[in-house]
Design a protein around this ligand. Structure first.
Ligand code: DGY
Length: 320
């Protein structure tokens, strides 16, 4: 079986693939270009893709009808046209459940960093502008007893709620497609309308997937409904936030600060004004970046790939 792995991934998964497949791995730290992705994948029976690889009808046409499986090294799969894969009988896999805590930790870290002015503080120290203790400087927002609004109460949303409810005594509001009685019981949480969440939350953390309904869900109108003291955290997908509207909101003081692990595009454009906003903490999409999470992602991605190649059900298959 011929497979293309579009980037180096941990040996925990790669070795399993190499043992049984004719496997080419993209050697660079940067992803293959579109042309390189198409060229290397052509004729393959399986492809192990990353969230930066666009897998669509053009890709499937180019790779050929022998393609059985695309295994995404991520829980999110908005880079893949799953409906098109379904139509062609190509199985698509993802890696859920193994990056929940790692990503929740980054969400809480960003919340704290943005609320307590880490970026301004670090910039101040780094650029040798720190002259003295400032009674009126670097004044942030309190966390204890405040309200966290979770947009999308899945596994990661629940892990964030757990940390903030039990760690900082926060009240929990959330949006979700259906009732979550177990969440309500565990965290004394309340499922509310999106507009209520925006109006009542001190912190808003995004944990929904990117789809046509959530694309640019956070824009000028959304920010206008949030508290001027509020902090927005996004560890889901950059496309859920309109970056220009976010810049306007941060500059005008419509909201207090933001913490982003994801942007659109990634990396953020070199001239993006968000890069220089002191009240915007930006990380390079490191939510799943722990040894255990990445090893587990590699293992699941390999298992999905091998199952698909062998015509077996994928341990973690996604469908449109
Ligand atoms: C995912 O898995 O979707 C994350 O964004 C990257 O690990």
């Amino acid at each position: 079986m011929k497979v293309f792995v579009t980037r180096q991934i941990p040996a925990a998964g790669l070795d399993r693939i190499r043992n049984v497949c004719d496997c080419e791995v993209w050697p660079d730290r940067l992803p293959p270009s579109r042309d390189q992705l198409l060229e290397k994948s052509a004729g393959c029976d399986g492809v192990l893709s990353l969230l930066s690889d666009r897998i669509d009808a053009e890709f499937f046409d180019h790779v050929g009808p022998q393609l059985k499986v695309v295994s995404n090294f991520a829980v999110g799969y908005n880079n893949i046209d799953v409906a098109e894969a379904d139509r062609r009988g190509i199985a698509v896999g993802n890696t859920p459940g193994v990056l929940t805590d790692a990503t929740a930790d980054i969400a809480v870290g960003l919340l704290l960093a943005a609320a307590r002015c880490f970026r301004e503080g670090i910039d101040n120290v780094t650029h040798e502008q720190w002259k003295t203790w400032e009674p009126m400087g670097f004044i942030g927002q309190d966390l204890v007893g405040k309200t966290i609004g979770i947009v999308g109460m899945g596994r990661i949303g629940a892990a964030v709620a757990r940390r903030l409810h039990f760690g900082w005594g926060m009240s929990v509001l959330y949006t979700a497609r259906s009732e979550k009685p177990e969440i309500d019981d565990q965290f004394n949480a309340r499922r509310v309308e999106f507009s209520t969440l925006l109006a009542e939350s001190d912190f808003v953390s995004i944990h929904t997937d990117l789809n046509p309904q959530t694309e640019k869900l956070f824009g000028d109108e959304t920010f206008a409904q949030m508290k001027p003291t509020s902090v927005l955290v996004n560890t889901a997908r950059g496309g859920i936030v309109d970056q220009q509207a976010l810049h306007r909101a941060l500059q005008a003081g419509t909201i207090f600060a933001a913490g982003l692990d994801v942007t659109e595009p990634e990396p953020l454009a070199a001239d993006s004004p968000l890069r220089s906003m002191g009240n915007c903490v930006i990380l390079p999409h490191i939510g799943s970046g722990t040894v255990a999470s990445r090893d587990a992602m590699a293992t699941i991605a390999a298992d999905n790939l091998l199952a698909g190649l062998n015509g077996q059900p994928l341990p973690h298959r996604v469908a449109a």
